[in-house]
Write a protein that binds this ligand. Structure first.
Ligand code: SF4
Ligand code: FE
Length: 491
């Protein structure tokens, strides 16, 4: 089958029986729901750009499994060049959506599960790798979006999965049948889960023998019996439900999406199982998936950062301060920070290596350094954007006020007249354009998109401490001590 168009992707979602709940109710037409649709438009962009001749070379690639042309979001990386192109593609998508475009979690799980299943089979003679290759061929040929689901609720963080008061705090097998397994549990803050055709579930931590039933990985259709989702709120999200508020929304076209995904006795046939009790491989799949996703942030967040830097430069121009040396210097600092993140994304890709299964893995130390910087620099970029844009980002009256015909002035001026009079700025600048860019900055720094840009920069792909643990493990302090000893003449 050929690549899907953006429209075909959106239509394909309507055919699924996905169960979505929001504000305490089931949402039947979730595809057209004003709070959900922007996030669908974002994923649709991954399809649209693949059809665009200008970007086709970056967005599409030959499948290593079939030789067919596929979307890069479904690809197994075959070289360090592929890893670099992945980061470039993510930066491009961030630039085009100013948001989280969600499809990377699937791509990162494909590459992590592909290499891990190979090594599990090698040790146990299982058939997980074959299962996975068949599944991925189906995904590639049908150009599907798949959610990579890793983060369990975790309950009491001091206890292992088998020790939890409620065993559902980690996804686990509740029944083993000759034809498959039955699973229960949930995954929290799952990016793009509702917008995906399928899910890949993976463990979220290293596990011991007693956690065998929790060491499980599998694929499952998003509308499988027993699977449902509860939509996550975002800051300022209900502005999307208001009339005459498209400017107030800040980014009316695009947005991110996270949900709680619940598995209530879902049956998984044998052919979709990729790990089932081989607990010592749980840590491997976590480390690999996290590594890829930490690389991803050196692309997607940089692209979104580009739009924020652009918006900040525009607001400086609209306010008439673009020539001030302090403003110029702050913009330089924003670029410097943003490009440093890109350097990290490219570096961990260029230092990648081939796994036993044949696909390419990023350099783990550099990917963790990349993500550690992403937990910090977007905060400083946001601070500088707010500094230059000024307080109006958070105090400006609503779009309805700018359009209001209610008379308030002595000479018959409307609320709209008054807003437009006092929020005008230098000559030649349209007040509405200034309003738009202020709201766009608000959206990225504090509103719905801040979920994907700011807070996700901290917690997405693992919270800061998770990277520090990996940096400690990979940092080779012993080797560094040896270097010092040799030069200092210490035996
Ligand atoms: Fe992709 Fe970035 Fe969203 Fe993760 S946070 S899914 S890498 S856009
Ligand atoms: Fe993310």
């Amino acid at each position: 089958m050929a690549l899907m168009t953006a429209q075909e992707y959106i239509d394909s979602l309507r055919k699924l029986n996905t169960r979505v709940y929001m504000f305490g109710e089931k949402i039947d037409n979730w595809v057209d729901h004003p709070m959900i649709r922007p996030s669908i438009n974002c994923v649709a962009m991954t399809y649209a750009l693949a059809q665009d001749p200008q970007y086709a070379e970056l967005m599409t690639v030959k499948s290593s499994l079939t030789g067919h042309t596929i979307n890069r979001f479904t690809h197994l990386h075959q070289s360090t060049e592929d890893l670099i192109n992945k980061v470039k593609m993510q930066r491009l998508l961030g630039q085009k959506t100013a948001s989280c475009f969600q499809r990377c979690v699937g791509m990162d799980s494909f590459n992590a599960v592909f290499s891990t299943t190979f090594e599990v089979d090698e040790k146990y003679g299982t058939h997980y790798h074959e299962n996975f290759k068949k599944f991925l061929t189906m995904v590639q040929d049908n150009d599907l979006t798949v959610d990579g689901a890793m983060t369990d609720p975790k309950g009491d963080r001091s206890k292992a999965p088998h020790d939890q008061a409620d065993p559902d705090m980690y996804v686990h097998v509740v029944e083993r049948r000759p034809d498959g397994i039955v699973v229960c549990g949930a995954k929290c803050h799952q990016t793009g889960s509702i917008n995906s055709h399928w899910h890949i579930f993976m463990p979220t931590i290293s596990m011991g023998e007693a956690d065998k039933d929790w060491a499980v990985s599998f694929a499952c259709p998003t509308d499988a019996e027993g699977l449902y989702m509860i939509y996550g709120r975002q800051s300022c999200d209900t502005r999307k439900l208001e009339e005459d508020a498209s400017i107030d929304v800040g980014n009316a076209k695009f947005g991110g999406q996270e949900a709680l995904v619940v598995l209530d006795h879902v049956f998984i046939p044998n052919e979709y199982i990729f790990l089932n009790g081989e607990y010592e491989f749980a840590g491997m799949v976590v480390e690999r998936f996290a590594g890829y996703h930490r690389q991803s942030y050196g692309g997607c967040k940089v692209g979104v950062g580009d739009t924020l830097i652009g918006a900040t430069a525009l607001v400086a121009e609209y306010n008439g301060v673009e020539k001030a040396s302090a403003v110029k210097d702050k913009l330089i600092e924003m670029i410097h920070l943003n490009e440093t993140l890109y350097c990290c994304g490219i570096a961990c890709s260029s230092q990648g290596f081939q796994t036993k299964a044949g696909n390419y893995q990023i350099d783990l130390l550099l990917a963790n350094v990349c993500k550690q910087n992403v937990t910090r620099f977007p905060y400083e970029i946001v601070r500088l954007a707010e500094d230059i844009a000024g307080g109006l980002v958070v105090t400006m009256p609503s779009q309805k006020d700018f359009h209001s015909e209610t008379v308030v002035g002595r000479n018959g001026e409307t609320i709209g007249d008054i807003c437009n009079k006092f929020f005008a700025t230098r000559e030649g600048v349209n007040t509405e354009d200034r309003q738009r860019i202020m709201r766009f900055i608000e959206n990225l720094c504090l509103g719905a998109a801040a979920v994907g840009y700011r807070t996700e920069s901290l917690h997405g792909a693992g919270s800061p401490q998770a990277q520090r643990i990996m940096i400690a493990r990979q940092g080779n302090i012993q080797g560094k001590k040896q270097l010092a000893k040799e030069i200092a003449g210490i035996k």
